[in-house]
Design a protein. Structure first.
Length: 204
């Protein structure tokens, strides 16, 4: 892989080298995880599939911390519902190019790359194990408006409580949230990990 994607974009971040042994397939890591990979379907904010397969990968240390979050939640009757994990840089750029200025307030600028491109971010929610259904949160995943903000209060008490539970459990294991997307969490290793543009179906 070249150090830079030679497409003429000013400020494109340098790409790191992909090493398969450094990554974990979350679908193989735990049978307790649930998955709803909408970017492999057309029910996402772009209205089209941007992944050729429904897959979720993270760097190994990040995946192990996510497993610790899961272990904290299971005794409470919840499992993690994963929407997205590693995202190729080219998809981050596609999101940016297809979005309005208002939408870009909720998106990573491809000129810097995102924690998703580094295998150090995950988008997720909770599943209630009593009925195996996603819990109600203040907004849907990728609902790009004020309802998605972590301080949004005009939502049912249970939804706000479950949002806050997710935030607390993730923060206990080296993840930090962002103010305008309750579902998005960056791992602290993002600060020292390179941007990757490996295709989502190129991990085998």
């Amino acid at each position: 892989m070249t150090d830079r994607l030679k497409d003429g974009l000013e400020g494109t971040p340098a790409f790191g080298h992909f090493r398969r042994e450094e990554w974990v397939d979350l679908q193989q890591l735990s049978s307790d995880f649930r998955f709803d990979i909408r970017y492999a379907r057309n029910d996402n904010f772009l209205g089209e599939a941007v992944y050729p397969i429904a897959a979720a990968y993270l760097l190994k240390p990040v995946a192990q911390d996510l497993l610790a979050v899961q272990a904290d939640l299971l005794p409470l009757g919840f499992s993690l519902l994963i929407f997205d994990a590693y995202r190729p840089w080219s998809v981050t750029r596609l999101f940016w190019d297809r979005s309005t200025p208002e939408m870009r307030k909720y998106l990573a600028d491809p000129a810097q790359g995102s924690a998703h491109n580094r295998g150090c971010a995950v988008d997720l929610s909770l599943v209630d194990l009593k009925n195996n259904l996603p819990v109600q949160m203040p907004s849907d995943f990728d609902e790009l408006n004020l309802r998605a903000h972590t301080d949004f209060q005009d939502a049912p008490l249970l939804a706000r409580s479950l949002r806050d539970l997710l935030q607390a459990k993730m923060k206990a294991h080296r993840f930090s949230g962002i103010k305008n997307e309750w579902w998005h969490f960056n791992h602290e290793l993002a600060r020292s990990s390179p941007v990757i543009n490996q295709p989502i179906d190129g991990f085998s």
